[in-house]
Design a protein around this ligand. Sequence first.
Ligand code: C5P
Length: 376
Amino acid sequence: SESAPSICGMPLKYVSLVTLAVQNAALSIVMHYSRVSTPPSHSYSPASAVLLNELLKGFISFAVAVMRVRDHNSIPLTSRKSIGMANATPSWISCLRRVNAEIFSRDCWKLSIPAILYVIQNSLQFVAVSNLPVASFQVTYQMKILTTAAFSVALLGKRLSSTKWLSLLFLAIGVGIVQIQTSFVSSHVPESLRSEPARTVGSAHEAAPIHMHVMHPLKGFAAVFAACFTSGLAGVYFEMVLKNSKADLWVRNVQLSLFSIVPALLPIIYTTPRPDSQGIVADLFKNFGGWAWATVAIQVMGGLITAVVIKYSDNIMKGFATSLSIILSFLASVALFHFRITPAFLLGSSTVLAATWMYNQPSRKDIDMSFSEKSS
Ligand code: C5P
């Protein structure tokens, strides 16, 4: 197995987990703000964001894959001197060819399933985040622990202890409590977010009409539940593909992005062009301001960190990182969006956190196994 890499002396495993928690919290806040801070007529297209995310992620993963091939095949300088070779680093062209061959290998089609599911999930996330307060979205999205467990049992044949099933039940109860009180909270969304004057269009003397960003919690929750379903299925499927082959993780990421392009393009192609359409490419970037780019950048980062977490850590630790992000985004919501702390929200969130903690406790079997590993 590969030696554990580190950044500034800290194991990459922990760096990636902490970064994932911060990324998770930052994404829901920035994405929510990017959607609700402008009137619908001035907002960017989520389909463009989903497509850009996949293109950028695929490009970065491709670059990492090529650099890894070059590093792996380079002979260290000390060894080069001993065998009398001045330059033992393979050329960029040969590295590109090798990565290309790996990407278009015979089993690449396997990534098409998680790719389609992730595109659907990433699109649903936009619907959810535009219709729910940030903290409620974040907590309800924890239901993906439940769907991941269900798909792991069904597809990977994993067995869960009774403690784990019980913690999943608590998770569902906690999410339910938050969900019930959200309909109350959403009717108290701060004025600054519920309505914002539109930027004046055309004449400078034109009065700016008041546009409302109305949230529909029911629509939001339906989108979150569907996203939890695809998250669980896509995650477990990706795990299955990774564990059943030796292909490089970064190559798998490129395959995932490549297969995402077609489903990500479909809503762009099939959207009826606006009356003021200036062509498909110009429309793609219409209203694509700083917040939209920030959303895409954080999403790209998330995809890459998720890949690193899966490789150097595991899904149990990923669950911890995500639950930490609930606290982070909750605190940020209080500060930024004047989110109200209600006793029901506190009870629901604490139940979710306690359930996440309980789920992540090692079972007796794990403890016995690690003990026997240490003593052998
Ligand atoms: O919340 P969840 O863990 O299901 O989210 C996974 C996110 O990470 C999705 O947005 C997906 O597109 C992205 N991802 C990725 N590359 C992977 C695995 C997931 O970009 N290898």
